[in-house]
Design a protein around this ligand. Structure first.
Ligand SMILES: Cc1cc2nc3c(=O)[nH]c(=O)nc-3n(C[C@H](O)[C@H](O)[C@H](O)COP(=O)(O)O)c2cc1C
Length: 218
């Protein structure tokens, strides 16, 4: 894609309110979108995320009750993704997950595991003051949102619409995650939902401040 085409994809992407129920995203395309989440960057490369694709109608109905921002999207989206983020039992510097991740996913040698582990400890204790569970979750959540952005942009690049959703009650949605979706909510929390599909109406023109207003050059 050239620059013009890339920017056209950014213009094409909008928060789509209602999708065409008759159009289903091909499996290959939704996997392509999820692959861009998988390849997203994360702090220290620890990938503090998980994605649930909710296609079951009953589950979507239940989510709807607690998700005012998802009206119409849950009924009409071709694919509906819940973005989960790891909580402190997994992301804290001394967790078994982090140790295992460095050894078995990142395949770091023993001495590098020690060094990186110490950096991660200092980062959490001092640099970013991630001293309580909520701070740690919010920090990890920020990384999950990078995956969200990438998925929406990738979707737009292949002509697929999306809508990011934070319009839901975290506590009541947590209950559904736990009881209906088998999520261990001690270990994972919900950051966002995102709907994918094909628009039924054209969006309103985009409003944005100018580059001059949001960028300072020094
Ligand atoms: C983190 C986040 C949460 C959002 N939550 C909702 C939501 O619950 N429901 C909704 O319809 N739109 C939601 N939006 C869409 C925004 O309202 C929309 O992106 C913004 O108004 C800019 O419009 P555009 O995306 O069409 O350019 C959300 C956007 C973001 C980034």
């Amino acid at each position: 894609m050239n620059k013009k085409e890339i920017l056209e994809a950014y213009q094409f992407r909008h928060a789509c309110k209602e999708f065409d129920v008759n159009r289903i995203i091909p499996q290959e395309d939704i996997e392509f979108i999820l692959e861009t989440a998988r390849l997203s960057p994360s702090s220290f490369g620890f990938e503090p995320w998980h994605f649930i694709v909710v296609q079951d109608k009953n589950l979507r109905e239940q989510l709807k009750e607690n998700a005012w921002g998802a009206t119409k999207k849950l009924d009409t989206a071709s694919h509906y993704v819940i973005g989960l983020t790891m909580k402190s039992p997994l992301t804290k510097w001394d967790s078994a997950y982090i140790l295992d991740f460095m050894k078995n996913v990142q395949k770091l040698p023993e001495e590098v595991v020690k060094g990186k582990g110490k950096f991660y400890e200092d980062f959490q204790k001092t640099d970013f003051d991630l001293s309580d569970d909520r701070k740690l979750f919010d920090w990890a959540s920020k990384q999950s949102y990078i995956a969200l952005g990438n998925m929406m942009t990738a979707a737009a690049m292949i002509g697929i619409d999306s809508c990011p959703i934070e319009g839901f009650n975290q506590a009541t949605t947590d209950v559904i995650l736990r009881e209906k979706l088998g999520v261990d909510t001690e270990q994972f929390g919900i950051s966002y939902m995102v709907a994918f599909g094909y628009r039924v109406v054209e969006p309103k023109e985009k409003t944005r401040r100018t580059l001059d207003e949001i960028v300072t050059w020094k």
